[in-house]
Design a protein around this ligand. Structure first.
Ligand code: XUL
Ligand code: CO
Length: 439
């Protein structure tokens, strides 16, 4: 079980902002206590198995570029075990308290569903032993209902009931394995739950099926005693053209329509937000407004490329704005920051895996600290509060209490005449934000 693939690398220490050691944290100090909780507990960083241990740098124009020493051998199952040994060695070296997986990331799909389940059982047992030995925990599990060709028309929204049943069986098993591994959440990302053309699609029927599927998952969680949080991960497109969980707002509408909202929160991914034409913190605010902020898939996109590039995020400004929204919402609860991010195709060294995660963890930790300072000083909050203060008294208060209607307001408008215009002060606020980011 022990592996030494990362023997050339130390466990990444915290050395502070002054260090010039590239293999050290400058801002993420796992043991630092803030408000009675360690940074490790605040950030709840997770490593995405699929990118960091299954990603090979392939793209639609060419095969993988990344070769890992543990991928050698003929027997898929023993490679899967060696790969997992390496993964847990890395989780500990990078000081990540959590990991996340899809069923098919950790165990090869067999010739039959029974064989796939058997393979999964072997690797889940292996993972459980690793979790016990290392203390690394499972942030969330999920099922891949998008890789295998049988899911070319979706899983829960497939027009073929047989595929729906297969998908149900796969999610049933993935929920069981997530329970076995003590997963704190379970994620539904509907990559192929959507459609390409209405010429062959009954959209309403597909959405009804998706809702039925999610109700079955809720029922099954009760049956097996899975108490983790269910999370929907919205994404507008890719691979499907129109995905049913387009963004958080459409997710809220879907969950409410089908009376599922009590059971779900959102796993918000930065690159999915920008693909939907939103900012990362917009999506967080929408989820928070509905008390449905669950977890974060930590990455960023490239606005010039327009597809899901899943890069490690080092944009402290974007992350600070996100952290302000997260902290205002009271944090992520059972969620965390899962690095759903991959190395660039030419980043082929083991060292790149460390630099990517160190850079990411430091950026989120720094943003967390800056956001806390911003909220503690309360300058933005004060301005926002003042901006709405006319709703605290008089007819403004009556509007919020829904005690007045158009007739009463017409009288007021006649009486008061033209409103005085008040500046939104955006440029001042952007300048103010920079003083926190850059002094
Ligand atoms: C794909 C994506 C997934 C989900 C889990 O864009 O983000 O990896 O996070 O299925
Ligand atoms: Co994701």
């Amino acid at each position: 079980m022990k592996s030494r693939h990362f023997a050339d690398f130390p466990q990444i220490p915290y050395e502070g902002p002054g260090t010039d050691n590239p293999l050290a944290f400058r801002h993420y100090n796992p043991d630092e206590v803030i408000d009675g909780k360690t940074m490790k507990e605040h950030m709840r960083f997770g490593i995405a198995y699929w990118h960091s241990f299954r990603g090979v740098g392939a793209d639609p124009f060419g095969p993988g570029t990344i070769e890992r020493p543990w991928e050698k051998g003929r027997d898929e199952m023993s490679i899967a075990k060696k790969r997992m040994d390496a993964a847990f060695e890395f989780f500990q070296k990078i000081q990540a308290p959590f990991w996340c997986y899809h069923d098919r990331d950790i165990a090869p799909e067999g010739k039959t569903l029974r064989e796939s389940n058997k393979n999964l059982d072997v690797l889940v047992k292996h993972a459980k032993a690793h979790q016990k030995a290392s203390g690394v925990k499972l942030l969330w599990g999920t099922a891949s209902l998008f890789t295998n060709p049988r899911y070319m028309n979706g899983g829960a929204t497939n027009p073929d009931a047989h595929v729906f049943a297969y998908a149900a069986a796969q999610v049933k098993k993935a929920m069981e394995t997530t329970l076995t591994l003590g997963g704190e959440n379970y994620v539904f990302w509907g990559g192929r739950e959507g459609y390409e053309t209405l010429l062959n699609t009954d959209m309403k029927r597909e959405q009804d099926h998706l809702a039925a599927f999610l109700h079955m998952a809720v029922d099954y969680a009760k049956q097996i005693g899975f108490k983790g949080q269910f999370l929907i991960e919205p994404k507008p497109k890719e691979p499907t053209k129109h995905q049913y969980d387009f963004d958080v707002a459409s997710g809220v509408a879907f969950l409410r329509t089908y009376k599922l909202d009590k059971h779900f929160k959102f796993n918000i991914e930065t690159n999915h937000a920008t693909l939907a034409g939103h900012t990362f913190n917009h999506e967080i605010e929408v989820a928070a407004a509905h008390n449905m902020l669950g977890s974060i898939d930590a990455n960023s996109g490239d606005l010039l490329l327009g597809w899901d590039t899943d890069q490690f995020n080092t944009d402290v400004k974007e992350l600070t704005l996100a952290m302000i929204s997260i902290l205002r919402a009271g944090g992520l609860g059972s969620g965390g920051f899962n690095f759903d991010a991959k190395l660039r195709r030419p980043s082929i060294d083991l060292a790149d895996l460390f630099h990517a995660h160190i850079g990411g963890m430091d950026a989120y930790a720094l943003a967390f600290k800056i956001a806390r300072r911003i909220l503690a000083e309360g300058k933005f909050e004060e301005i926002i509060k003042a901006r709405y203060s006319s709703f605290n008294v008089g007819f403004g208060r009556q509007i919020e209490k829904q005690k007045v209607g158009f007739k009463e307001l017409e009288k007021i408008a006649f009486k008061l005449g033209e409103p005085t215009r008040v500046s939104g002060r955006q440029e001042y606020l952007e300048k103010l934000l920079n003083t926190y980011l850059h002094g």
